[in-house]
Design a protein around this ligand. Structure first.
Ligand SMILES: [Zn+2]
Length: 217
């Protein structure tokens, strides 16, 4: 190759004329072909359906927790309200026994009181209120005077009590067992000296007289 031709070739193809360039540029047949890098989208950890299912599960769990909390609060409120209710006081065996004894004593006392009143009424019904008529008396008053102690109150009412049977005599008394009323006994002379209170005046003397002594209930 002449110098001229080499120069022309160098102008047309500088790489061809340069032996170093030719070695670098020439592709090597056995060199591995580099594959282009493709940016693929990252794979999602879970699918959309799985995510929706997870959300639904979490919502269900939240609702269940709220329901349980509401139920627990309701029970707690009921328990608190129940503590305010009055409760029966727990009693010991000794207290229960004492109460039973108390009931027994009261019942016995009621029966005894009833019998005592019956005995007193029986004695009063069979008393003729004559001086010395008591079973312990030596003799009855020969003049038939009564054993009634009379007292004139400050409103002018005469009330009496038999010193033998302790029966009271008051105006308005119903007839006794012998059929005698207040006037009958008041008219009879008594062995006892009458006592008398001071005198007072009242705006309503009739009412004052009625209220001056106890009435049988
Ligand atoms: Zn009497």
């Amino acid at each position: 190759m002449s110098r001229l031709k080499a120069a022309v070739t160098a102008l047309e193809d500088p790489a061809a004329s340069d032996p170093f360039t030719q070695e670098i540029v020439q592709p090597v047949a056995d060199a591995p072909v580099e594959k282009p890098v493709v940016n693929e989208p990252p794979t999602a950890p879970i699918t959309t359906d799985q995510l929706l299912q997870l959300i639904a599960t979490m919502q269900a769990q939240t609702a269940e927790a709220q329901r349980q909390a509401a139920e627990a609060n309701e029970k707690l409120a009921a328990a608190i309200i129940k503590t305010t209710e009055p409760r029966e006081v727990l009693k010991s065996t000794k207290q229960i026994a004492a109460e039973e004894n108390e009931k027994l004593f009261e019942e016995n006392a009621r029966i005894l009181n009833k019998r005592r009143k019956m005995a007193i009424k029986h004695e009063q019904d069979n008393c003729d209120h004559i001086g010395g008529c008591s079973l312990l008396g030596e003799m009855r008053d020969l003049q038939g005077r009564t054993s009634i102690l009379w007292h004139t109150t400050d409103v002018g009412v005469d009330t009496g009590i038999c010193l033998v049977c302790q029966r009271f005599f008051r105006p308005g008394d119903p007839p006794d067992a012998q059929g005698h009323d207040y006037s009958y006994w008041r008219r009879k002379p008594s062995m006892c000296r009458i006592s008398k209170a001071g005198v007072r005046t009242f705006l309503d003397p009739v009412r004052a007289m009625e209220e001056s002594y106890l009435h049988d209930s």
